[in-house]
Structures are given as structure tokens and as C-alpha cells.
Ligand binder design. Structure first.
Ligand code: PYC
Length: 311
């Protein structure tokens, strides 16, 4: 019998399950190296933590780690129903809000070692969290992809800590009641990108698809739907997706440095974003809030046929 100590939260509706204790032993390498160990030797832990019967396709796991970089306060590895996320914006907001809830941190800055570099977050007195993400950029603009059953769809390939295909022009209504159509459309785009070898700069799969629509200007500057790897949609406006969007807007001259951009997600919740430019690199800032929903222990009983999750 094993127990895993967890703290659940949601950020703008999107769940994060923070693993505090009892997770797999990944050694003392860098967080990027520990991710390789997690994937190679302990993947069943990922499934046990986020998948049914204890979780759901929407849950993003965040394994809290001792950082290898002495300048950092914590390390984290993000994962989901089918694999590992390179970075996660909503999950970082959830992590910081959870550490605050546990009284492990006070308002101020937190340096976080992630698998794609160091991310700084600031816990504000209000409880909001501002994530200073990894540098983000657009790799290719208006790439056509021939999607079976749909036709040619054009989108930008951009990095915001994960790889995204950002689509402005499509025929779908971006609202919650249209979820099935949005999911099917985005899944077909994702599959076509993969089959046609359209990839991120480092040859990595473009595993997130983001569709945009106009928002009510009193609420936001844009509305999105984001399909995550594994088929679940992001309940939040997606921190890394908003970062990719901010980089594209800045590169198009549609957003100035430090100008606020309000990105609304499919549930109506909003992240406030902006960019800072240093040495020609675009650093997105994403502001949001998270709420703790559950503290508990997951129990892994080897006699349980679904002890390691339903995969
Ligand atoms: O907020 O970056 C994010 C994210 C990625 C996948 C789910 N949420």
C-alpha cells in the first residue's frame, strides 16, 4: 500500500493536482533529467495520479521537486492523462497559490525550475499570481494545413512553453455549448499537423491547438478554445497558449511592450497578459488566480486492478 499526498486546485476552472509527497524517486539530476527518469521508469505513477479512477482527463499533475538549481525555490514537472507537459501556465499559478495556501510562501517572488527553464512567479498580496514565462516566439506564420473533412486551415506555429497551432480564421462559434464541434475540429487539425510532419522548431510535435474568436470588449480582448494533448480542452485561457498568442501579437505590431491583453477562455474566465522584451526576446507575463479545492492522500493498493490508473 502506498500513499501520495496531494493538494488539488483549479486555475480559472482548469484543475491542477500538486503532488507534495510520496511520488516516485527520480534522483538528483536537473528537473529536465528527472523528467526523462519519470517518463522512462515511473510512467505508471503519472497515470495513477491523474487518470481515473482518482482523476480525470482534465487533471494536470504537478510533481513538486527539490530544485537542482540552487537559485530556485522549487522545481516542478507537469503531466497529464497521456504524457508530460513541457510547461504549464495555469499549473504554475496553481502551484504558487497552493504553496501560499500551505503557508510555505508569502507574497513575493518564487523561482521555479521547470523542464524548459526557469520561470519566475510573483504571489501578489491579493492572492493573484503573475507568471513570468519562458521566452516565447512565433516560429512560422499562416502555415496551411490540409485537414481531411475540413479543407485548408491556416495557423501560426508558436512557442509559449509548449508548441501551439493558433487559428484565427475558422467557422466555429467559440462557446461552451459548441464543445463537441470545437474538440473534433481541433483534434482533426492536430492529427493533420502530425501526419503532415508540421512540427515545432526542435522537431517536437505541435500538441496544442488554439482557436480564437472575438470577445465582448467589456470582458476581454479575445476568446479562445484550447485543445490539450490527450484530447481534453483547457478550462482556463491556457497560460502557455496565451504566451504564444502574446508573442504573435507583439511580432505583428498589434501589442506594445507592457500593454495589457485580456485572454478569455471557453468558460469565460480571463488571464491578463503582457510582454517584456529583453535582448530581443519576448517574455510573457500571465496573471491569474487559483483556488484550493482538496487536500488528501491517494492510496495505491496493489490488489486494486486499477491501482495504476485506467490508461
Ligand atoms: O495553462 O499552459 C497552460 C496549460 C497547458 C495545458 C493545460 N494548461
Amino acid at each position: 500500500m502506498r500513499t501520495i499526498e496531494i493538494l488539488d486546485s483549479h486555475t480559472a476552472g482548469e484543475p491542477t493536482r500538486l503532488v507534495l509527497e510520496g511520488g516516485p524517486d527520480l534522483g538528483n539530476g536537473t528537473i529536465a533529467e528527472r523528467l526523462q527518469v519519470f517518463r522512462r521508469d515511473h510512467d505508471r505513477w503519472r497515470s495513477a495520479i491523474v487518470n481515473e479512477p482518482r482523476g480525470s482527463d482534465a487533471v494536470v499533475g504537478a510533481l513538486l521537486c527539490v530544485p537542482s538549481d540552487a537559485s530556485c525555490d522549487v522545481g516542478v514537472i507537469f503531466f497529464n492523462n497521456i504524457g508530460y507537459l513541457k510547461m504549464c501556465g495555469h499549473g504554475t499559478i496553481g502551484l504558487v497559490a497552493s504553496l501560499a495556501w500551505l503557508e510555505r510562501i508569502k507574497p513575493g517572488k518564487v523561482r521555479i525550475e521547470t523542464t524548459v527553464g526557469i520561470v519566475t512567479a510573483e504571489l501578489l498580496e491579493s492572492g493573484d499570481v503573475v507568471v513570468a514565462n519562458v521566452p516565447s516566439y512565433r516560429a512560422r506564420k499562416a502555415i496551411p494545413v490540409d485537414v481531411p473533412g475540413i479543407g485548408v486551415v491556416r495557423g501560426d506555429v508558436a512557442w509559449g512553453g509548449n508548441w501551439f497551432f493558433l487559428v484565427e480564421e475558422h467557422s466555429l462559434e467559440v462557446r461552451l455549448s459548441n464543445l463537441d464541434a470545437l474538440t473534433s475540429y481541433s483534434s482533426r487539425i492536430q492529427q493533420a499537423l502530425s501526419e503532415q510532419g508540421i512540427r515545432g522548431d526542435d522537431g517536437a510535435e505541435i500538441d496544442h491547438v488554439e482557436l480564437f474568436a472575438a470577445a465582448n470588449p467589456q470582458e476581454a480582448d479575445s476568446r479562445n478554445f484550447v485543445l490539450c494533448p490527450g484530447g481534453a480542452y483547457d478550462r482556463s485561457p491556457c497560460g502557455t497558449g496565451t504566451s504564444a498568442k502574446l508573442a504573435c501579437l507583439y511580432e505583428d505590431g498589434k501589442l506594445k511592450e507592457r500593454q495589457e491583453w485580456r485572454q478569455q477562455g471557453i468558460l469565460g474566465s480571463v488571464f491578463r497578459g503582457s510582454v517584456e522584451v529583453r535582448n530581443g526576446r519576448i517574455f510573457p507575463l500571465i496573471r491569474g488566480s487559483a483556488h484550493v479545492t482538496l487536500r488528501g492522500s491517494l492510496i495505491i493498493d496493489e490488489n486494486d486492478p486499477f491501482a495504476w490508473g485506467i490508461r
